[in-house]
Design a protein around this ligand. Structure first.
Ligand code: ADP
Length: 496
């Protein structure tokens, strides 16, 4: 249940200082001295000021990461793991403050226990399990094997929708493998990442291993993949920006992973347990105000249960309460004015495109909503698969229901978008579940669950335009390593 917190109370925490970023273990302002205002999306009030970092700050951070690299890379893997475990403990001890920071920044109500300590412990456990294989050789004089090595100094750029977990994914996995990192949080939600970085320092992770440069995407962000000292990049965000980041990586001939969002289908068969499916789908599209790349935004439903499903979805979505994060609500505002305009634009496109508006479609009014970027949970029915709202990622609480006549059509509609991040199947029949799990083009498939949740250590990432490479799980650590093949010829035996 959401805790009721005084929104006016200053969040006075030693984890955050005003207007500093982390470079080489020092908390410093931007080289330019300029700042960015971070606002509360529920009322547009000032939350904090952060440094407006630019290429100069990224350069200083890369140099610090280069200095820290040899010792960190050569520290034994078990010692690296111990430091990550200690970091996890500190995160757990500070869970409430971290949660509040993220709520203020993103505008979301309390999510329940933070996943971050568990994520950190899982990754810590991987640090000393990065290994190669032994290989057969043509001669007994030679031994062959592979080793996995870090790339060196790496970079990451993360979005604002789940800043704590995103920061943890990229930082923990990359440093577990022996890299040092320069990471830029989103300008809209940098507070939890800065606090997590402070805890990493407190845990004893050496100066320069983790560097956080704050700033705008076109300034600090763009400077990361184009810096000649960066050896690999991780990017999570929009496809348009992902493409720009990939171009920069291409110019420097460095690899990257991209996690770019989705248009996840929820495929509902006639035998599905609708009373379980409807609330789970409604929760999936309204959690974090629909600002989750995995959010199931299309319900592809068999016509025989279509009507009942729409009624159940409307009932479930109607129960979703909207308001500022500190009240007992299920859903907060959108992150900023640009995003609000975008989501409202999609709602208009749904209406004018001929979809039936069943629920929502507007902005809640009343004093509690003040100047916040609120929107009501919105349900469209009889959406055609080629409509804009059925094809493009909205990143808001807008759900489209698309009726279909059979399994073949369900697969065609579910896969008929550019994205391929998550897909869900709702059925009680194991045969349908097996066929659909194979047929759906997505990096994650959930059977009878909406967000592909419930798996420990599951790698996360996309098919098709949703990206490539994986964050989370053991694969994430492997992604941040490169393979070296060693052929080792021993001393020649006397007489040979
Ligand atoms: P959104 O439009 O939702 O903010 P973006 O993909 O633009 O999504 O943002 C994700 C992250 O990418 C943020 O940290 C942002 O600052 C950063 N970013 C934006 N533009 C660029 C760019 N040209 N180069 C590198 N990073 C960028």
């Amino acid at each position: 249940m959401t805790a009721v917190i005084d929104p006016q109370a200053e969040l006075d925490t030693p984890l955050l200082q005003d207007n500093v970023q982390l470079i080489g273990g020092e908390w410093v302002p931007a080289a330019s001295g300029e700042t960015i205002e971070v606002i509360n999306p529920a009322n547009r009030q000032l939350l904090a000021r952060i440094p407006r970092g630019t290429a100069d700050d990224v350069d200083a951070a890369v140099k610090a990461a280069e200095q820290a690299l040899p010792a960190w890379r050569d520290l034994n893997a078990t010692a690296r793991a111990s430091l990550l475990y200690r970091w996890a403990t500190l995160v757990e001890e500070n869970a409430e403050v971290l949660d509040q920071l993220e709520s203020r920044d993103v505008g979301r109500p309390h999510w329940g226990p933070s996943p971050v300590p568990g994520m950190l412990r899982f990754i810590a456990g991987q640090a000393d399990k990065v290994h190669g294989v032994s290989l057969p050789t043509y001669s007994p004089d030679v031994m062959g094997f592979t080793v996995r090595e870090p790339f060196g100094v790496v970079g990451a750029i993360i979005p604002w929708n789940a800043p704590g977990p995103m920061f943890t994914n990229e930082v923990a996995a990359s440093i577990a493998a022996g890299n040092t990192i320069v990471i830029k949080p989103a300008e809209d939600a940098p507070l939890a990442p800065l606090a997590l970085a402070k805890l990493a320092m407190d845990a004893g992770i050496p100066a320069g291993v983790v560097n956080v440069v704050t700033g705008y995407g076109s300034e600090a962000g763009a400077a990361i993949p184009s810096h000649p000292g960066i050896r690999r990049v991780g990017f999570t965000g929009s496809p348009a920006t992902g493409s720009i980041v990939m171009e920069a990586c291409a110019r420097n001939l460095i690899p990257l992973h991209l996690e770019l969002g989705g248009k996840s289908p929820q495929v509902v068969f006639p035998d599905a347990n609708l009373s379980a499916a409807a609330p789970a789908i409604a929760a999936g599209i309204t959690m974090n105000t629909g600002q989750i790349c995995a959010a199931g935004s299309r319900v592809v439903v068999h016509r025989s249960v279509h009507q009942e499903m729409v009624e159940r979805l409307a009932e479930a979505m109607q129960k979703v309460t909207v308001g500022p994060w500190h009240q007992q609500v299920n859903m907060g505002p959108l992150i900023n004015g640009r995003q609000h305009e975008r989501v409202m634009g999609y709602i208009e496109a749904g209406k004018s495109g001929g979809a039936d508006l069943v629920l929502g479609g507007g902005v809640p009014s009343g004093e509690a909503f003040g100047d916040g970027f609120f929107v009501n949970p919105t349900l469209f029915d009889n959406v055609k698969p080629d409509m804009k709202i059925a094809q493009e990622e909205i990143f808001g609480p807008v759900l489209s229901v698309i009726p279909v006549d059979n399994e073949e059509e369900a697969v065609a509609v579910a896969n008929g978008v550019d994205y391929g991040l998550v897909a869900s199947v709702w059925t009680e029949d194991v045969g349908t579940a097996v066929r659909m799990s194979r047929a759906l083009e997505a990096g994650q498939v959930g059977v009878n669950n909406a967000l592909g949740a419930g798996v420990i250590g599951g790698p996360f990432g996309g098919y098709k335009s949703s990206g490539f490479g994986r964050t989370m799980g053991a694969d994430a650590v492997q992604n941040w390593t490169q393979v070296k093949t060693i052929s080792m010829r021993g001393a020649t035996r006397p007489g040979n």
